[in-house]
Design a protein around this ligand. Structure first.
Ligand code: 5GP
Length: 154
């Protein structure tokens, strides 16, 4: 699969664009960051939007050998209640959308009154299109926090 490389500068611009959209359309009480890829955008958004509370969830998928099906596994559950809160779930990319499907369900179970999804990027085939996103690509995205700079020494 072709790759596309995003820079820190592009990511920061994208996060500011998401913050603007959220301010105009859905100012949240709480941000739920999806580990790992959603954590850096979640923390940055929290600062830009005025020190909003950030909660963390981690969902992994594993193959169930007997059923040979992919099942989601929550490895870090949401902590505490979201009763009556406006919540924005933040992730790096919605690809199949399976992660977000599980996270949305968990956030609703925790009592959230209103839930929206903000992602830096989405794939055209996802079953969970984010309410707010910046990039749309069918390529594999490499985020700047996944890359190590090449240091050349003389
Ligand atoms: P899902 O398929 O459940 O929507 O995506 C699960 C997770 O896989 C995403 O949150 C992300 O961490 C990772 N992922 C999916 N597509 C990409 C991609 O193009 N680039 C990177 N770096 N991670 C991806």
């Amino acid at each position: 699969m072709d790759k596309v490389y995003l820079t820190w500068w592009q990511i920061d611009r994208a996060i500011f664009a998401l913050a603007d959209e959220l301010r105009k359309n859905f100012m949240p009480d709480v941000i739920v960051g999806v580990a790992r890829g959603g954590l850096i955008p979640a923390v940055r958004l929290s600062h830009i939007l005025g020190d909003l509370e950030v909660k963390v969830i981690d969902v992994k998928f594993y193959k169930d050998i007997e059923e040979r099906m992919e099942k989601p596994k929550i490895t870090i559950p949401l902590h505490g209640s979201l009763e009556g809160k406006k919540v924005v779930i933040v992730d790096d990319v919605s690809d199949t959308g399976k992660t977000l499907e599980v996270v949305i369900e968990e956030v609703k179970k925790a009592g959230a009154k209103d839930v929206k999804v903000a992602c830096l990027s989405m794939k055209p085939w996802t079953k969970v299109a984010p309410d707010f996103y910046v990039f749309r690509t069918d390529k594999w995205i490499v985020f700047p926090w996944e890359e190590f700079p090449v240091v050349v020494r003389e």
